[in-house]
Design a protein around this ligand. Structure first.
Ligand code: SF4
Length: 355
């Protein structure tokens, strides 16, 4: 393993905490079937009227994913969301996810209107990687190739050479390592460390973290395994190293759904946002899915395996934004043009991987 240096992102943790404090306590979104049906019909009519399509992330609440499917939209990871939005003929994209996903859609489809149920939905990784600090860090290491995770602002992407998602990060870093390039990786330290371990690449790691995945604990999962000895453990690589180390399968949301289908185990302990259960259970209706335990409600956990920002994508907010068209994503065109280069690099690389 080559040397790695971790950079402490100044004040990143307090920025994230201040944002969480403003959100308040999680709400109960349970709806009766009648109310849900009525809202679905209203939103469907608005989508048609606006020539719009709903693009939702796996971590949204189940009814949002159901709505996207029922209206001809898509439910997927951030890479596929970006591709789907870019290639769909709709003139308006309604992105149910977090802000960087809306920005990515706008960068890839500048001619389209991109709306989000709320512009307040962000991500601790994005918040923890302020562009000024990150630029200063990159400037200190001009001989490094800058690779950033999709969970970053448009401004941070514009400073990067490559953007990656968790579904293609290992392959892209392997490729860069084979060219002998030294890499700056940001912002997720756990994913960075996982990739570094897998590829042996020379990587400088930013020290951001996802507030959802950081809460999983190997001890709790080991206790769960003792209760279900035949279960397989599925882990997203934004989780701490000790959790990744005890996994039977490690991967992005799409890769974990695939693992649920291919692993022989009838019981699966899943360490990622519980929003994934909607799609995963669809794919393996006969299997038992169990949420991996987190540090618990008494700890710093504000999500308990559900992203508080993803949870802001409510049906009422989608209906509202369709009517008012007020939560629109704008990205400065010059910045968007610069940020599109590393995004296109990723999309072209992954398209070649598929061939
Ligand atoms: S689950 Fe984590 S990485 Fe995903 S949007 Fe929420 S805070 Fe960001």
């Amino acid at each position: 393993m080559k040397d790695a240096t971790n950079l402490i992102a100044n004040e990143a943790k307090s920025i994230v905490q201040a944002h969480l404090d403003r959100l308040g306590e999680p709400k109960d979104n349970t709806l009766s079937p009648e109310v849900k049906k009525e809202k679905f019909e209203q939103i469907k009519a608005e989508l048609q009227k606006n020539n719009a399509v709903l693009v939702a992330h796996y971590y949204c609440d189940p009814e949002i994913q159901e709505l996207a499917e029922a209206t001809g939209g898509c439910v997927s990871d951030s890479l596929e969301m970006a591709r789907f939005g870019r290639d769909h003929p709709a003139t308006t994209l309604v992105v149910a996810g977090v802000k960087f996903m809306g920005e990515t859609s706008k960068i890839l489809s500048p001619e389209k209107t991109v709306l989000m149920p709320t512009l307040e939905a962000t991500c601790s990784l994005d918040l923890g990687c302020p562009v000024d600090e990150f630029t200063a860090f990159c400037d200190q290491h001009p001989d490094h190739t800058v690779v950033v995770y999709a969970n970053t602002s448009a401004a941070v992407k514009a400073r990067a050479d490559w953007v990656v998602t968790s579904s293609c990060a290992v392959e892209i870093i392997e490729h860069l390592d084979s060219l002998g390039e030294k890499i700056i990786w940001a912002p997720d330290q756990h994913l960075g460390r996982y990739i570094q371990k897998k590829t042996g690449a020379d990587m400088l790691l930013w020290d951001g973290a996802c507030i959802v995945h950081e809460e999983f604990r190997s001890r709790g999962i080991a206790q769960m395994k003792a209760l279900y000895p035949d279960a397989a453990v599925l882990v997203h690589p934004e989780s701490p190293e000790s959790v990744v180390d005890i996994a039977d399968a490690v991967g992005s949301t799409s890769q974990l759904i695939k693992a649920a289908q291919t692993l022989p185990n009838e019981t699966l302990i899943v360490a990622t946002d519980r929003g994934i259960f909607y799609k995963m259970q669809q794919m393996v209706p006969h299997k038992t899915l169990i949420e991996a335990p987190t540090a618990g409600e008494g700890a710093s956990c504000r999500s308990c395996a559900h992203c508080p920002w993803m949870a802001m994508n409510e049906l009422d907010a989608i209906l509202d934004v369709m009517k008012k068209r007020d939560q629109e994503i704008f990205v400065d065109p010059a910045l968007a043009e610069r940020a599109k280069l590393p995004l296109d690099r990723m999309l072209n690389f992954t398209a070649n991987l598929k061939r």
